[in-house]
Design a protein around this ligand. Structure first.
Ligand SMILES: *Cc1c(COP(=O)(O)O)cnc(C)c1O
Length: 479
């Protein structure tokens, strides 16, 4: 009869770990080879949700059973293959294999890092990788920030700090109704998480004051005065403007310089949601697109989008690092011992998370081993790929680009002469469905004022011009 101690010893047996680990890395390397080459592997093996529920049921044996490799084979086979060069869908990276290895290390060490003692290395790496990112943005030495779980959590963190700075009362302790109702000026094209954050803060739907965009889907700076006036007339106190550096639907970059001027004039907090596009600062060719970002009070920058690491790792950067302590101003005495609550090293003081994974490890390691030029070239290459793709679409005669791309997001539609314009919306949806259920390509769609458009994010560094020509051809064939 095996005791629990025997079983625990077996579950933690280093030799079994070594054996399984070697096998798993071999298996993943074979997978990576197949996925990166594309070929006959579908981008995503289409299956209805119910099908995967039956493939992976909650039927767990009481006793140990089965081997890791065949189990993972089923996981790999049924999954979405983001390294496939025909993956041109959502803004999720085809992670660097090196970064995946770091996640493996992070999972085994599990140095939780709410407090320095629980994650001494990752806390230091986080501090320094943020300093590097702040420097790339053009922030001064006094900048600081935190890493958090995604752009949505990041934007909430920044807006909480904005509220503490600009509300004129202590909404953190007194609640959202302890002073005049607040609002934030937000471009109509902002990611939905901004509106969600504002509702989480208890300001209701009026907490968002929409600002119209121009024909390029960029915030119209001349509309800010009107938005401010109408919010004030409605009895709201505007405290901030949120601009996007890379809006989600079309990748449009709002004119940051003009927004910065407006914020300076009216003493408003200037937040840039650069979840997707803040990485433009790395490219000498494209950093002009985010000119003015260095004047932001706070910036959100996802490394799991345009820095090639797996989810989730989002930087929330503050031009004045001291502001980063204001998002979550309360204390937990059992963790932080009532000492100086402005220590950089106890990162949980400033994050929504208490325990979090060793977030900085993968980014710090990839920057250390691959070098910064790799990331700069990656941004340049994908932005240029998008410009060439848009050019070919526009020149084709049977495709139409929604707008010249600011970054690596391209929205377009198939508009052949023989299909009447009244059927274009339905056509795009049907084409997309065909391509993704067949597994030829993975792309998404978006609804813009002129109708339904196919939407591609050229985020996989292995996607080439030839792959995009093949996409155009596949769409023609499907039609
Ligand atoms: C992706 C994105 C978000 C959401 O970030 P997550 O990391 O997915 O939570 C927010 N804003 C913009 C502009 C984005 O592109």
């Amino acid at each position: 009869m095996q005791t629990f101690r025997d079983r625990a010893a077996a579950a933690y047996d280093p030799e079994r770990f070594r054996r399984q680990g070697h096998q798993l890395v071999d298996q993943l390397a074979d997978y990576l080879k197949a996925a990166t080459q594309g070929g006959t592997l579908p981008v995503m093996p289409w299956a209805a949700p119910a099908e995967n529920l039956t493939r992976f049921p909650a039927a767990f044996p009481e006793e140990p059973s089965g081997e890791l490799a065949p189990f993972m084979e089923r996981v790999l086979a049924a999954s979405h293959h983001l390294h496939h060069p025909h993956y041109v869908g959502h803004q999720v990276s085809a992670p660097l294999p090196l970064a995946a290895l770091c996640d493996f290390v992070s999972s085994l060490l599990n140095n939780g890092m709410a407090v320095y003692e629980m994650g001494p290395v990752s806390s230091a790496m986080e501090h320094n990788v943020l300093r590097w990112m702040a420097g790339q943005l053009g922030f001064p030495e006094s900048a600081g920030g935190v890493l958090t779980s995604g752009g949505s959590a990041g934007n909430l963190t920044a807006l909480l700090a904005a509220r503490q700075a600009k509300a004129g009362y202590d909404a953190w302790n007194g609640g959202a109704s302890a002073g005049p109702p607040l609002t934030v000026l937000v471009a109509e094209t902002a990611h939905y998480c901004i509106a969600r954050s504002i509702r989480i803060m208890g300001w209701g739907s009026e907490g968002v004051t929409p600002v119209p965009v121009d024909a390029h889907f960029r915030l119209r700076p001349e509309a800010l005065e009107d938005a401010l006036a109408s919010a004030t007339r409605a009895g709201r106190k505007p405290i901030a403007v949120v601009a996007s550096a890379g809006s989600t639907a079309t990748g449009a970059f709002d004119p940051l310089e003009a927004v910065a001027d407006f914020c300076a004039r009216h003493d408003l907090w200037f937040h840039v949601d650069g979840a997707h596009g803040a990485s433009a600062v790395l490219s000498s060719l494209f950093r002009a697109q985010v000119k003015g970002i260095e004047r932001a009070d706070s910036v959100v920058w996802d490394a799991h989008k345009m820095m090639l690491v797996p989810s989730l790792i989002t930087a929330v950067l503050f031009r004045d690092g001291a502001r980063s302590f204001e998002a979550f101003a309360q204390e937990a005495s059992y963790l932080f011992h009532g000492q100086d609550t402005r220590r950089w090293s106890d990162i949980g003081l400033r994050t929504l998370e208490c325990t979090k994974e060793m977030m900085a490890l993968k980014l710090y390691t990839c920057l250390s081993l691959l070098g910064t030029r790799f990331f700069a070239d990656y941004v340049t290459a994908t932005f240029e790929l998008a410009r060439r793709f848009a050019g070919r679409l526009q020149a084709s005669g049977d495709f139409e680009v929604a707008v010249a791309p600011d970054c690596n997001i391209v929205c377009f539609r198939y508009t052949p002469a023989h299909v009447p314009a009244s059927e274009w919306n339905a056509l795009q949806s049907r084409l997309r469905e065909q391509l993704i259920t067949r597994g030829d390509f993975y792309l998404v769609q978006t609804t813009l004022p002129k109708g339904v458009y196919l939407r591609t994010t050229l985020i996989n560094p292995l996607t080439s011009d030839a792959d995009l020509d093949a996409l155009m051809e596949a769409l023609r064939q499907a039609a």
